[in-house]
Design a protein around this ligand. Structure first.
Ligand code: 4HQ
Length: 247
């Protein structure tokens, strides 16, 4: 998988990609992240990539021509790559998108600064627009890194066999069950007895129960999105009733 990133600050990408899992994956040839400085495609002595907005107002707007030239050059190398624009106006990026995008041969991330992009960039040069959440950042670089990280985990071989992309939060639309490790007692709190029992059937059942309970308590919106088995529905009703009788 080839990730191309078009940005005014390629240096921002160095350290997150040179640590840990992503750097190992890159060394193994499982993925490649290539950053490109947008300024290289700008014209004139000052290599301007932004300009003042028509109609007046504060801030600067990213000019379309340098971006068009850059994308044309990148697309020559990876003609099938999808162009993704990072913007608060985009579709909110989710685990489902990360899985889908991992099937692409190449992705080109367009990261902006300032107040945003000339509208004609969206209209003619971009395949999809993504937001990583409802807050305003100083640029699209962090969103691109977030997406590259989440997508890379789905590429074959990136995660070791001990940690699978399929058993994480959201893989089945539910939050994770609580985890414990040594010591058995910490600050007066103990590990649930069932986890020490060695009964793997019972442990699996308890974990599923905890996933359902957690998701219901913290993210009821997620529960409404997924299809629960009859068994899960019964479990959830039982948990809800036992909590009601506690109150
Ligand atoms: N920005 N999710 C403004 C974001 C953002 C987000 C990126 C700030 C683009 C021009 N991008 N620039 N949230 O806040 O994706």
């Amino acid at each position: 998988m080839i990730f191309d990133v078009l940005t005014l600050f390629p240096g921002m990408f160095a350290s997150p990609l040179q640590e840990s899992i992503l750097s190992r994956a890159a060394k193994q040839g499982l993925l490649q992240v290539r950053t490109h400085c947008l300024r290289d495609w700008a014209e004139g002595k000052h290599q301007t990539t932004d300009d003042t907005p028509y109609g007046g107002g504060d801030g600067m707007v990213m000019k379309p021509e340098p971006i068009a030239r850059a994308l044309a050059a990148l697309k020559e190398q990876t003609p099938k790559a999808k162009v993704l624009l990072m913007t608060p106006q985009g579709t909110q990026f989710s685990q489902r998108h990360s899985k889908e995008l991992a099937k692409e041969e190449g992705l080109i991330f367009l990261c902006g600064r300032y107040e945003g992009f000339d509208e004609r960039i969206r209209q003619s040069l971009v395949d999809a627009e993504f937001s990583i959440g409802d807050y305003v950042l100083t640029g699209g670089e962090l969103p691109a890194m977030v997406m590259i990280d989440a997508i890379s985990r789905h590429l074959p071989g990136v995660l070791g066999c001990s940690s699978s992309a399929e058993t994480d939060s959201f893989s089945d639309g539910l939050l994770e069950y609580p985890q414990y490790t040594r010591p058995v007692e910490f600050n007066g709190m103990t590990v649930p007895q069932i986890l020490l029992s060695g009964d793997h059937g019972k442990i699996a059942q308890w974990r599923r129960e905890q996933q359902l309970l957690r998701t219901w308590q913290r993210r009821p919106d997620l529960l409404r999105k997924i299809k629960l088995s009859e068994e899960d529905k019964k479990t959830l009703e039982r948990l809800q009733q036992s909590l009601e009788s506690d109150n």
